[in-house]
Design a protein around this ligand. Structure first.
Ligand SMILES: C[S@@+](CC[C@H](N)C(=O)[O-])C[C@H]1O[C@@H](n2cnc3c(N)ncnc32)[C@H](O)[C@@H]1O
Length: 271
């Protein structure tokens, strides 16, 4: 990476005049790494979907529960986390390496601000590894080639796609990307998904997405649980299937189903 003292140093264009998915997410999670355009878009969505900050928190809590399950119960030690987002509490490597310090994690994102903060994602346990790749999900072959330098693709890998696949709006393209990723990993691997849906808030969610795109935000689409289940074709869906992030193996007492949020999720195993 170049520094300001290098003759070839170029300032990074953060695109602060447009809302960015990573920074809005950071705003909803109570972080400080966001700009006026992100806060305006985040507030617009929150007006239409008042529980949207709960969605972001439920997604992160799902990430924690799911990674713990994969490490502790299924013995997964390798993670390819695409659409990492800005560092926050309990990033994938922290959750995994707390239970299995030897875990190896490759993070991938295409946002320049995430790249600038990537150092915070690279603080691995001494026994494990974390690495960051600046790449776009639309180039799965490039991601896989680079990830192979760190991950052993003859052993199970968890492909994490949390809060990113809804930015691939074309269904065929999204299914093709997922298929290419799954085809590259061996049996015992898994795919973890968290994705925006309009199943909970209906037209208000579609309207929020339309306005977000009018404000210059990254294209985004809502998918229902049927279309989300399609991404797991050929995989064994873990219980409870495709559900609201808040309802995937919640740590609440029996009979206390948490309220649904507009981010659905699922995890599936390749047999
Ligand atoms: C809403 S954040 C989700 C962060 C984290 N995975 C989570 O669930 O908390 C979505 C992330 O995906 C990244 N992203 C969106 N489209 C992308 C693409 N085509 N390629 C790579 N990263 C992308 C954004 O930059 C952002 O950091």
């Amino acid at each position: 990476m170049s520094t300001m003292s290098d003759p070839e140093w170029q300032p990074i264009d953060l695109g602060v005049d447009r809302p960015h998915s990573a920074r809005i997410w950071n705003y909803w999670l109570g972080g400080k790494d966001n700009y006026a355009a992100d806060r305006d878009a985040g507030d617009m969505v929150a007006q239409l979907i008042p529980g949207i900050t709960d969605s972001a928190r439920a997604d992160r809590a799902f990430l924690g529960r799911c990674v713990r399950h994969l490490v502790a119960d299924l013995g997964i030690r390798q993670f390819l986390d695409i659409g990492t987002g800005l560092p926050t509490a309990d990033n994938t490597h922290e959750v995994a390496q707390r239970l299995a310090p030897e875990s190896r994690i490759v993070y991938v994102d295409n946002d320049p601000l995430v790249l600038a903060h990537a150092r915070a994602l690279l603080v691995s346990s001494p026994q494990g590894t974390t690495r960051y790749i600046d790449a776009d999900l639309r180039e799965p072959a490039r991601i896989l080639e680079s990830a192979r330098e760190t991950l052993d693709f003859s052993r199970p890998v968890a492909i994490m796609l949390l809060g990113i696949l809804h930015h691939i709006v074309d269904d065929d393209e999204a299914y093709r990307i997922v298929r290419q990723l799954i085809d590259a990993v061996p049996p015992g691997s898994c795919m973890v998904l968290a994705h925006a849906t309009a199943e909970v808030h209906g037209e208000a969610m579609h309207e929020a997405m339309r306005r977000f795109m009018e404000m210059g935000g990254t294209p985004i689409v809502a998918r229902d649980r049927h279309r989300l289940a399609g991404f797991f074709d050929g995989l064994e869906l873990l219980e409870p299937g495709v559900v609201s992030c808040s309802r995937w193996r919640p740590e609440t007492g029996p009979g206390e189903a948490p309220a649904e949020v507009s981010q659905f999720c699922a995890a599936g195993i390749k047999r």
